[in-house]
Design a protein around this ligand. Structure first.
Ligand code: GLC
Length: 513
């Protein structure tokens, strides 16, 4: 059974945090030419697509998620022609390219906001009169009030840093601007967009206070998931569909439930939305099972993700507080097999294929995430998952930058053992394991049904099958008996006999009855 399905339906997409992937220019910051040089590594890893975090002109108040010009590359990362060369080289290697688009807010350096400060076109943003105190009680996601005062006494809204003013999506000019930005990048050959803060954009009329219990992603929130936002994605879908070649969009949508998530992926809206449930779940069989069931029941094009540039790396999440530091890595490898066995597409985060942990001991003066400064050091922020990749060698910059250059964040000495070079050609390494898992998944692709069937398992383990593939993951502390099978396809650790040890997963081949 081989059905023609769009490429993104079951793709493995690799997230590149551009600042931290590979630095060709020698300024300590990753760039587009650096990525281009490393594309063969990604092709060999076996992913289908790359997602590039923002590389647009930006003062970098939030690492590029503060965009000053949506139609140009920041000199830190290269030029538009570097971008074009990256896309054509990726396509030549069979890799699709997804770019980030940031529609909720711009940089305060954007010409529209600069004009607004001069009193021109304030209606493109959310300005309000106020007195001494802000117009409402909304808090910034990065700590502190979501309002800042301009010199002439008006307040403007920023759900993130003050350098990231929120657009007013009730102004039609904002709509046409973004439709045009989409076309700009589609014309340059991108295969899709990752939409930043996709459940933001509209704020409730009148900007009412949030209830005292907070401003989380509840359906009734005045800030997130307002119904009007869906019209935006219907318009965007029409633009994407007007181009040849299965262009797609995936939303960064944080919600409380899989049902709310499903609203964004109705047939005339986005193709996919991130499903962050797994990224927030502890290492637990029942928790994983609930996420899988809820997701598959609610959405027809599921996605799975274990780490990204905003959260603590999962090796560390799964290993935290445990005496044995190898446990986190064993669990991370096991979780990968579970994720890759499920119907839908998987999003990997750069460095997880090397088993990189979170860097927890970055010195305060090195930290650049605005969350750290805005919370006055109370929150560590996200720099610990953004440390530049160790490619080769035994000391900083580990081939990330040319020799003699200091990367923008310091790299730990322990990473000498984790470099891509050190792990390549070692089938027992995490890199070798990822390559093999992706190779087996490719081989099975197109032969597996969209549905999974649960088999009996002890409470802390999961056993599910998709046609001839059976996946077993043991999240408990006792060995689990493997169901009948013909052979082992791949294990997250060596599997011998009929018992699967704790913190391990395996794919079995089971001939269909
Ligand atoms: C998204 C991005 C995050 C950024 C924020 C504001 O959550 O993933 O990195 O800080 O939006 O743009």
């Amino acid at each position: 059974m081989h059905m023609e399905i769009p490429w993104w339906r079951d793709a493995v997409v690799y997230e590149i945090y551009v600042r931290s992937f590979a630095d060709a220019s020698g300024d300590g910051v990753g760039d587009l030419p650096g990525i281009r040089q490393r594309l063969p590594y990604l092709a060999e890893l076996g992913v289908d697509a790359i997602w590039l975090t923002p590389f647009y002109r930006s003062p970098m108040a939030d690492g590029g998620y503060d965009v000053a010009d949506y139609r140009d590359v920041d000199p830190l990362f290269g030029t538009l022609s570097d971008f074009d060369e990256l896309v054509s080289e990726a396509h030549r290697l069979g890799l699709r390219v997804i770019v980030d688009i940031v529609p909720n807010h711009s940089s305060s350096a954007h010409e529209w906001f600069q004009a607004a400060l001069r009193g021109e076109g304030r209606d493109r943003y959310i300005f309000r009169d106020g007195g001494e105190s802000p117009p409402n009680n909304w808090q910034s996601t990065f700590s502190g009030p979501a309002w800042s005062k301009t010199p002439d006494g008006q307040w403007y809204l920023h759900l993130f840093a003050p350098e990231q003013p929120d657009f007013n999506w009730r102004n039609p000019e904002v709509h046409s601007e973004f439709l045009d930005v989409l076309r700009f990048w589609l014309d340059r050959g991108v295969d899709g967009f990752r939409i930043d803060v996709a459940m933001g954009l509209y704020k409730a009329e009148g900007l009412p206070d949030t209830p005292p219990e907070g401003q989380a992603f509840k359906a009734e929130s005045p800030i997130w998931g307002r119904p009007e936002v869906h019209e935006v994605y219907r318009d965007w879908r029409k633009v994407l569909d007007s181009y040849a070649g299965e262009r797609m969009a995936i939303g960064e949508v944080w919600t409380d439930s899989a049902e709310d998530l499903a609203l964004y992926v109705r047939p005339d809206e986005l193709h996919q939305s991130f499903n962050f449930a797994w990224l927030e779940a502890p290492w637990s069989g029942p928790a994983f099972k609930k996420i899988i069931d809820d997701t598959l029941a609610a959405v027809t094009a599921p996605t799975w993700v274990l780490s990204n540039h905003d959260v603590v790396r999962h090796v560390t999440r799964y290993g935290d507080g445990l005496a044995n530091s190898t446990t986190g890595l064993a669990r991370a490898r096991a979780a990968l097999l579970a994720m890759l066995a499920l119907p839908g597409s998987a999003y990997l985060y750069q460095g997880e294929e090397l088993g990189l942990p979170e860097v927890k001991d970055l010195p305060p003066e090195a930290r650049q995430d605005p969350i750290f400064a805005r919370s006055k050091g109370e929150l560590a922020g996200r720099d610990g998952c953004r440390v530049p990749i160790p490619w080769s060698g035994v000391a900083e910059p580990y081939g990330f930058s040319p020799e003699g250059t200091r990367p923008w964040l310091p790299q730990p000495v322990e990473w000498a053992a984790l470099s891509a070079e050190r792990q390549s050609n070692d089938p027992g390494s995490t890199l070798g394991f990822y390559q093999e898992a992706l190779r087996v998944r490719r081989e099975l692709r197109g032969t597996l049904p969209d549905e999974i069937t649960w088999l009996d398992a002890p409470e802390e383990a999961l056993i599910f099958s998709r046609g001839p593939l059976t996946c077993v993951i043991n999240c408990g502390s006792e060995p689990v008996r493997l169901p009948p099978h013909e052979r082992v396809l791949i294990g997250s650790a060596p599997v011998e006999g009929h018992l699967l040890l704790p913190d391990t997963a395996v794919w079995l081949h089971t001939p269909e009855a």
